[in-house]
Write a protein that binds this ligand. Structure first.
Ligand SMILES: CC(C)(COP(=O)(O)OP(=O)(O)OC[C@H]1O[C@@H](n2cnc3c(N)ncnc32)[C@H](O)[C@@H]1OP(=O)(O)O)[C@@H](O)C(=O)NCCC(=O)NCCS
Length: 165
């Protein structure tokens, strides 16, 4: 049996209109803007287009507030494994449970697909993301030293096992 100890997150009282849906090409102006705001080495519009149009393993989502995109994610599903490749929330909506809401949705969605584990890697200096993933049951499995050359940072490898026991 597949299971998760991740907290179930409902839309917050302050933002009752949060919704999650698949990412569309028409979202890309906004997604690419948020991506540039969030990462020192942002994905390009072409990268996101590939995920929406071509990559058969890809599951790109956006989270909206009153129809306005305030966050997004991209994960890949391969047989019994998923890899979380991209995840961000609009700076002005951070620390209001939006990331938790989106991540909780992704974990439930992945569980339904009978996938056993979710993997990701993040910058060692990214305390916010490390805490977010830990809060949702991910554990830190290892370090890739000097993985992010430009930022001179290590990568932390994290995983969430969805298999009982
Ligand atoms: C990481 C990120 C997605 C978190 O989104 P968020 O909507 O702010 O997250 P939440 O409000 O749901 O926070 C959930 C938990 O994450 C941790 N967290 C979030 N922001 C944090 C911060 N600035 N410092 C420390 N911990 C933080 C906390 O444990 C928090 O729980 P708490 O509020 O009960 O303490 C957001 O900061 C972001 O988009 N960062 C830039 C992009 C990025 O780093 N993406 C992840 C790597 S791919």
């Amino acid at each position: 049996m597949l299971t998760s100890t991740a907290p179930v997150v409902e839309p917050t009282k302050r933002m009752p209109s949060l919704e999650i849906r698949r990412m569309l090409l028409s979202d890309l102006d906004r997604v690419v803007y948020l991506e540039k705001e969030s990462f020192p080495d942002p994905w390009s519009e072409q990268n996101f287009t590939y995920e929406i149009v071509e990559n058969q393993f890809s599951q790109p989502y956006v989270v909206t507030n009153n129809g306005h995109v305030i966050g997004y994610s991209v994960h890949w599903c391969f047989d019994i494994e998923a890899h979380l490749a991209n995840f961000a929330v609009d700076e002005s909506f951070r620390r209001q449970n939006v990331g938790s809401y989106l991540l909780g949705f992704l974990i439930s969605d992945i569980l339904r697909k009978n996938i056993h584990s979710i993997y990701l890697e993040i910058r060692a200096s990214n305390e916010a993301a490390r805490n977010l993933y830990k809060k949702h049951g991910f554990r830190e499995d290892g370090v890739r030293k000097h993985y992010y050359l430009k930022e001179k940072d290590d990568a932390i490898l994290m995983s969430l096992s969805l298999k009982e026991g």
